[in-house]
Ligand binder design. Structure first.
Ligand code: ATP
Ligand code: MG
Length: 758
């Protein structure tokens, strides 16, 4: 395996099947093992493929689709394939087209949410929704719950909107309506009764707004199929072949959905690995895979144990870790490939030292093993860990990208523009209306909004509809004018939507709503970058046929969707996002107790097993080289704290690892600083105390001594010019937030950053 040449990314990022001539079924079986072939050629009836990581599950699924098409067993529109992310769906479609040498039009390859959305769009009326209904994301669901709680006078400090939202979500994932939930907890504990009241109001609120949350997409699809025999049987007849990847992470509703759809033809093929089930917090239920054989007693089961991805060393480590889980079926992955090199372990002083080592390790992957940047990945447990790593990547000139995708769409100006777009397609969308009714300012403060809300409730209207009745609702003066102007603008935009492309519509929104003018008047660097972002949004919209398509896709942008292996940059991502991917070189960072495993697993065996599966997922992403790191101290929640190495490190047999760190720090490096806080001196913090470690010694840049003040202009070696937004801490712990003209806001540790006065 180590002999592969990774300088050409196409060698690993897409599996080559050179010998496949156009739709020759036999060629599709080339390069498969006997068990893989059995799965690909399986003739109808339920099929369960259980297999460990990297054993070719996704490859088998893709080949099977191609095979069904090439042998004429299925026509494209008779296939429904479900993947975990939109990105994986695009990839699978691309591969199938490549394999069969044509465009398999009409095939549904999508996530559960997208497939449900598609069915609901076509039959929204069956459930009493209007066309163009909005999808509320998790944050919008929570803000709606919070508003309801405030309206009915509940103390949101004692009962948090987040916990109520997740209780509602959990209920939905059990297919419990507000009514069911109320009945179940009628005489139960008071908190549950509270939740059931809020749940009822929440459902009404969404109905009025012609909106669904993410859970509703799944639940409503099931309700739709239950409610309309005609719709159900048309889909049952249409989808002669159902295939589901990552089945271990389906929840009860998703399971119900595929079971219903498969009832007619029973050609259902699910693949999964119970050791990779990592979405329990989203109600995923690994029992779905374990009970598949009970649900479909005539199911054929195929086991795959040969791994084609990783070296034996990496597999041995993965096996050793996952073995510690008690609730699993024992299985052992093997490879016919090389033993491979040892797993490298670095014990860092703190997170900065760790980040520096990570950068040097990536450079080593590149120079010693000829791996391209795009073929490497850094994983961490929580998003917050990326910041320090990012800073170091920039300093070390390592091209990188953070794979989370949501960032761009979380920006205020983007959310606002999208809110207008959503209001154009769904005039009743309450969350969007509230978001932008006073953006830019139209004199519609809280009081005016409360009046509109009350009027809406009294007349059984949605908040958005009530705006037109601003006068009747008791608004006057500036507020009244503002409301009417808002309503008129929306009317105008809706009228334009018939003639303009999605791209033109985004431009129109920026222009007509006053967003653009507000930013132009501001004329600050920040305003300019916001305008650029809006331009970027318009470019994104240009890829869609209709505004509705665009808005829909935006609602479903999943985390890993922005991962692009061809990008020539190292990928940074959380372990959850890494599922299903593979990289020749992988570094897993932050292997510390309460970081990974996460603190919530400390006193909970089930959570701990879930964390261990996550670790197994992380390790098994690596093809040839795996490196691990932990830090002895880490700044968390603003405090510099000592950290204990993760138990997962101890679970990997020591002979598989090579400790590449320098000797551990001596206690004398710990000193008290001016405020009496126990910390490390600057030498320690910068890794100099390690002597000849893998991390190059770094001198203070001296920026902490500049005495910078908020508002001052500064210049950074890489980011260029910017302005200081805030300063905190002193001496080597002095940090600044700087808003750069071109790169936006960055958090910097002054002693380590090449920053000077402009
Ligand atoms: P995961 O559990 O991580 O989702 P998986 O079981 O879906 O993994 P794949 O991603 O399908 O595994 O395959 C892992 C790697 O092994 C891929 O690079 C794939 O191309 C390769 N592979 C699979 N089967 C074979 C085979 N028979 N011969 C050679 N390479 C294979
Ligand atoms: Mg897979």
């Amino acid at each position: 395996m180590s002999s592969k040449n990774y300088s050409d990314e196409s060698l690993w990022s897409s599996e080559p099947v050179n010998s496949v001539t156009l739709a020759d079924p036999d060629a599709l079986l080339e390069g498969l093992t006997k068990s893989q072939r059995d799965a690909v050629t399986h003739e109808g009836g339920p099929l369960l493929i259980i297999a460990g990581a990297g054993s070719g599950k996704t490859r088998v699924l893709t080949r099977r689709i191609a095979y069904l098409l090439a042998t004429g067993q299925a026509r494209p529109w008779e296939i429904l394939a479900i993947t975990f992310t939109n990105k994986a769906a695009d990839e699978m479609r691309r591969r199938v087209n490549e394999l069969v040498g044509s465009d398999a039009d009409g095939m549904w390859v999508s996530t559960f949410h997208s497939a449900c959305l598609r069915m609901l769009r076509a039959h929204a009326d069956v459930l009493g929704y209007a066309r163009g209904f909005t999808i509320y994301d998790a944050g919008e669901a929570e803000s709606t719950v919070e508003r309801i709680m405030k309206e009915v006078g509940l103390d949101t400090k004692r009962l948090s909107p987040r916990s109520v939202t997740s209780a509602i979500s959990a209920a939905k994932n059990e297919m419990q309506s507000a009514k069911d939930y109320a009945a179940m907890h009628e005489s139960g504990d008071p908190v549950r009764r509270r939740v059931s009241e809020i749940y009822k109001l929440y459902e009404e609120r969404l109905r009025n707004a012609n909106a669904m949350d993410f859970d509703d997409l799944l639940v409503n699809a099931v309700l739709l199929l239950r409610a309309d025999e005609g719709v159900l049987s048309s889909y049952q007849r249409r989808f002669r072949f159902l295939l589901v990847d990552e089945f271990q992470d389906t929840n009860g509703v998703q399971n119900e959905l595929v079971t219903m759809l498969a009832r007619e033809h029973r050609n259902i093929c699910v693949v999964g690995d119970s050791d990779q089930s990592i979405y329990r917090f989203r109600a995923a239920d690994v029992r779905n895979i374990l009970q598949f054989a009970e649900r479909f007693p005539d199911a054929t089961t195929v086991l795959l144990e040969q791994n084609f991805r990783s070296t034996q060393t990496i597999l041995d480590a993965a096996n050793a870790v996952i073995e510690k889980n008690l609730s699993r079926h024992p299985k052992n992955l093997f490879t016919e490939g090389d033993q491979g090199s040892k797993i490298r372990l670095y014990r860092a002083g703190d997170e900065y030292d760790e980040a520096r080592w990570v950068a040097s390790e990536l450079q080593r992957f590149r120079s010693q093993h000829n791996i391209t940047w795009g073929a490497m990945a850094i994983f961490y447990r929580t998003n917050a860990q990326s910041r320090v790593l990012e800073e170091e990547m920039i300093r070390a000139s390592v091209p990188y990208r953070v794979v989370s995708g949501m960032r761009f769409y979380e920006r205020k100006e983007i959310k606002n523009a999208l809110a207008f777009a959503r209001l154009i397609v769904n005039p009743r969308d309450e969350v969007s209306a509230r978001r932008v009714i006073n953006e830019p300012k139209r004199g519609l403060g809280d009081v005016a909004q409360t009046k509109l809300g009350t009027y809406a409730a009294q007349h059984n209207l949605s908040f958005a509809q009530a705006v037109v009745f601003a006068k009747e609702a008791g608004l006057s003066g500036k507020a009244l004018n503002g409301a009417l102007k808002f309503a008129t603008t929306l009317e105008q935009l809706r009228a334009m939507a018939n003639d303009l492309t999605p791209r033109e519509m985004i431009d129109a929104i920026v222009r007509e709503t006053g967003m653009g003018d507000e930013l132009l008047d501001d004329n600050s660097d920040e305003a300019r970058s916001r305008l650029e972002n809006l331009g970027e949004l318009a470019s994104a919209a240009a890829q869609y046929e209709t505004l509705l398509d665009f808005v829909e896709r935006m609602a479903l942008v999943a985390e890993s969707d922005h991962y692009d292996s061809a990008a020539g940059a190292v990928s940074l991502m959380t372990l959850h996002v890494a599922k299903g991917l593979e990289f020749p070189g992988v570094i897993i960072t932050g292997l510390e107790e309460t970081v990974f495993p996460h603190s919530r697993a400390m006193n909970d065996d089930q959570e701990l097993e879930e964390e261990r599966r996550l670790c197994y997922v992380g390790i098994t992403r690596a093809m040839s080289y795996l490196s691990l790191s932990h830090a002895w101290s880490r700044t968390r929640w603003g405090a510099y704290m000592d950290a204990i190495p993760s138990r997962f490190l101890a679970e990997i047999p020591p002979e598989l690892m090579e400790d590449v760190s320098s000797p551990p720090p001596l206690r004398r490096n710990i000193q008290r600083d001016e405020d009496g806080f126990v910390g490390r001196d600057s030498e320690f913090a910068q890794g100099r105390a390690f002597g000849s470690g893998a991390a190059p010694p770094v001198r203070s840049t001296g920026a902490e001594k500049l005495g910078l003040k908020v508002g001052e202009r500064v210049v950074h070696d890489r980011y260029g010019a910017g302005v200081v937004e805030s300063i905190s801490g002193e001496n080597q712990r002095a940090r600044a937030s700087v808003l750069f003209d071109e790169f936006g806001s960055k958090q910097l540790v002054l002693s380590m950053t090449p920053l000077r006065r402009a």
